[in-house]
Design a protein around this ligand. Structure first.
Ligand SMILES: [Mg+2]
Length: 87
């Protein structure tokens, strides 16, 4: 299955609300992992695993909210960031 087919299948099986909840949960796990990594309690692989989870949820939500809209917002933010870097 292609990634977008998986996103649709996930949505069909568990619904929209569950995707928001899952994204929040995965972000919280990444936050905790980064805190633990900084204190030397976990290794880089554990952070990588949580990054993979969050990346997949970002893919899911990006697909749900619209790739074009997300890319436009990213471009706007990159312009702002670039301006800050030039200051
Ligand atoms: Mg996770």
């Amino acid at each position: 299955m292609q990634r977008e087919e998986i996103y649709q299948a996930t949505l069909d099986k568990w619904g929209e609300e569950a995707q928001y909840d899952q994204a929040v949960e995965e972000c919280a796990e990444l936050i905790a992992a980064l805190k633990h990594f900084r204190r030397g309690k976990i290794d880089a692989q554990a952070v990588i695993d949580e990054l993979a989870d969050v990346t997949l949820m970002i893919g899911q939500l990006t697909w749900m909210f619209g790739k074009k809209e997300i890319n436009r917002a990213i471009e706007e933010k990159l312009v702002k960031l670039n301006k800050l870097l030039e200051e």
